[in-house]
Ligand binder design. Structure first.
Ligand SMILES: [Zn+2]
Length: 347
């Protein structure tokens, strides 16, 4: 297992986020990846290396050029409005809902910000672009490592990515690392890639990016969106569109789902992936389904993450793991590395 570590992740650090009208301590914070790196090192699960910088053109294979331009320039545009904004949180306040225009980018900064955001819980900071770009570099390098002969690789990065769409950010995500890894594998010459998203939340951004395509199968196990974020996608009847019909499988799970039920859903996911006959797999590795995670309403224990990794390993596919969600709890590093160790055991 070769791990690519995003050492610039610390530059994206906002002390607070909004929750039900309150300013609360941010949950997506730098120590998330540090504890995973420490656990990886403790167990000796392979080398940890720094990624090479990927060309902007590789990001444009997944994200729109105008969205990338916005992300790169947003902080300076925010400071240009008022130098004192350096002390303030950059959060949207207006959004284009259905029936409003999304094709025209407003000149007004507030309008622009709302066009590219889908929630107000994802502050953009001075260091967001460098952290997100370096994170994307990890994912692209991890994908490329398969071509160079690695059986498996891990992009240990934050901010996470699976909520970010082709032209929007939210859910703490700015660039869709899993989608960038999958697209890189295709651009390296593969014909079919599967993405398995095991984060507690639906990977709405990844689904959106590949929804009309037949070269990428997206399979997601997550909390039922009727009960949980991101609320508006993730239902079982979302199966793809156009060429992509049948290439999207959502397995929404009710609050109270036990480990046995979760693992049964994983079996369904694995059968679907095997039938697709992918040449490689990308795993959106979120461990916020852990019973001890404050976000979770599932019953997964630390030992279950070993089983999950093993089952993924039995697919026998070259695999890129991309770090997604998981709150800072004492088991965060253990659970994440359990998936990787389980995979290595089975592979
Ligand atoms: Zn999550």
């Amino acid at each position: 297992m070769l791990t690519f570590f995003n050492e610039h992740h610390v530059q994206h650090a906002n002390p607070f986020e909004q929750f039900r009208g309150k300013r609360v301590p941010a949950s997506e914070r730098p120590e998330r990846v540090d504890v995973v790196a420490a656990e990886l090192t403790r167990r000796g699960l392979g080398r940890i290396v720094t990624p090479h910088g990927a060309a902007l053109a590789s990001l444009e294979r997944v994200h729109t050029a105008r969205y990338l331009h916005f992300l790169r320039s947003a902080w300076n545009a925010w400071l240009a409005l008022d130098p004192q904004n350096v002390e303030r949180e950059l959060l949207p306040s207006a959004w284009p809902v259905q029936g409003m225009r999304r094709d025209v980018e407003p000149d007004n900064f507030t309008g622009k910000l709302g066009l590219y955001a889908f929630d107000n819980g994802t502050p953009l900071t001075a260091g967001t672009w460098i952290a997100a770009k370096t994170g994307a570099d990890c994912a692209i390098n991890a994908a490329h490592a398969l071509r160079l002969g690695e059986r498996a690789s891990f992009a240990l990065t934050r901010p996470p990515g699976h909520h970010a769409g082709a032209d929007y950010f939210g859910g703490y995500c700015f660039l869709n690392n899993a989608a960038l890894a999958a697209q890189h594998l295709l651009d390296d010459g593969l014909q079919r890639v599967a993405i398995l998203d095991i984060d507690y939340h639906h990977g709405n951004g990844t689904q959106q990016i590949f929804y009309g395509r037949k070269d990428v199968l997206f399979v997601s196990l997550h909390a039922d969106p009727r009960a949980d974020y991101p609320f508006y996608t993730g239902h079982a009847d979302e199966t793809g569109e156009g060429d992509g019909i049948g290439c999207n499988l959502n397995l929404p799970l009710a609050h109270g789902t036990t480990a046995a039920q979760w693992l049964a859903a994983l079996e369904t996911a694995c059968l679907k992936m095997a039938a697709f006959a992918p040449q490689a797999l990308v795993v959106s590795l979120g461990v916020d389904g852990f019973a001890g995670d404050p976000r979770s309403h599932f019953g997964l224990a630390s030992a279950d993450f070993l089983r999950i990794g093993e089952r993924i390993g039995y697919l026998g596919l070259p695999t890129v793991f991309v770090f997604e969600g998981g709150s800072v709890v004492p088991e965060l590093g253990i659970n994440t590395v359990n998936v990787l160790e389980g995979f290595e055991t089975a592979a």
